[in-house]
Design a protein. Sequence first.
Length: 107
Amino acid sequence: MRTNIEIDDKLMEAAMSAGNFKTKREAVEEGLRMIKRRKAYAALLAARGTLHWDDSDEAWAQWRAQQATQVNESASTPYAPQAPESVRKAKAAPIAKASPAKRGRVK
């Protein structure tokens, strides 16, 4: 979207040098992205103290055991999902090598 705005020259110069931007557009767009991220940061700060992270060895061992059980169950299921037929055929088809002329090495 094309927009014409008046921006303080000293402020723009300071922003461009601080962010190592080559153009004014880059500087303005990055500033807008930062404003957009503020809401996500505010949500993270609001969640402070409400999240629990258990990185103990016991918790990881339990998680790995649970993942292994899920993998084993899906492997033993007779109707386990498979890759689409087009993908299976593409994997099975041999790859033809290009001749030297086609690879750009013409003598």
